[in-house]
Ligand binder design. Structure first.
Ligand code: SAM
Length: 270
């Protein structure tokens, strides 16, 4: 089959199946093949490596992953697109598993993917990233295409205007790097905003699930009221007589990821 990431093939496939891009599912299909190549160069998929793709759409990235002989688990919400993928890619690639489901309602963690990739549906970027950070275990690399504005949040430094819960949570997992900025005309239909490819490599040592659970409890409380100090926001934990080496008169937005990890350890001891 020809490369799916092109305006001609995307339009042909939609026409063949009598479909239009669904705004409500955040469908903007990648039509720039050089971007697919860039994503593959950074992700570096290996033969038989377990790779999970969120929102494969018409298969622009899926096809490229399968061409590298990786094992791909692709989770797609839209049943119409699942049919296209099943017809067009499944017969040719035996290492493709298609799951017809909402990613947020799937027990995806059972697949223990080594890498997770996706041109994410922009309306649920934050819930998807949060879900992955909470539940992933053994996943070393995340590579997402997201709105440029959200990429600014993910990579924001403590005390800067964009720094918040999502930045801190992600930076505990790994160091996010913006690989490229993508203009709207790389997608069809064109989104209203620019996009970014963001790579996140997990830090060593990896956080175990117990530490992650503690960390999320602390982060959620710490950022619950932006103007308040840690002392106020973390009161439910401090009430249990816990103390910390971090100055609790500070606000959450001033703490870096290492300080959050310290807080999580100190405040959630049994
Ligand atoms: N990966 C394709 C590409 O690059 O051309 C499509 C990207 S499009 C921005 C987002 C895709 O995510 C769409 O195919 C959409 O149907 C799918 N999607 C939306 N919400 C989803 C969800 N909750 N779970 C899984 N897939 C979802």
């Amino acid at each position: 089959m020809e490369k799916i990431a092109s305006i001609e093939i995307v339009k042909d496939l939609l026409l063949e199946y009598g479909l239009t891009a669904k705004k409500s599912f955040g469908q903007n299909f990648l039509i720039d093949f050089s971007t697919v190549e860039k994503i593959m160069a950074v992700l570096n998929p290996q033969k038989d490596e377990q790779i999970m793709e969120i929102g494969p759409g018409l298969g622009a990235l899926t096809q490229a992953l399968l061409e590298q002989d990786s094992k791909v688990v692709a989770i797609e919400l839209d049943r119409d697109l699942v049919k296209v993928l099943t017809d067009k890619l499944k017969p040719q690639y035996k290492k493709l598993t298609i799951i017809s489901s909402d990613f947020l309602k799937t027990d995806w963690e059972n697949y223990q993917p080594a890498k997770i990739v996706g041109n994410l549906p922009y309306y649920i970027t934050t819930p998807i990233i949060t879900e992955i950070l909470k539940k992933s275990s053994g996943t070393k690399t995340l590579l997402f295409t997201i709105q440029w504005e959200v990429a600014q949040k993910l990579t924001a430094r403590p005390a800067s205007k964009n720094y918040g819960f999502l930045s801190a949570a992600l930076q505990c997992f790994g160091e996010p790097k913006i690989i490229a900025k993508l203009p709207p005309n790389y997608f069809w239909p064109q989104p209203k905003v620019e996009s970014a490819i963001v790579l996140i490599e997990e830090r060593n040592p990896q956080l175990n699930l117990e530490t992650k659970a503690k960390l999320f409890r602390v982060l959620q409380l710490a950022f619950s009221k932006r103007r308040k100090t840690l002392q106020n926001n973390l009161a439910p934990l401090l009430g249990q007589g816990q103390s910390s080496s971090i100055d609790l008169k500070r606000r959450a937005e001033s703490l870096n990821y290492q300080e959050f990890l310290t807080l999580a350890e100190e405040l959630t001891k049994k």
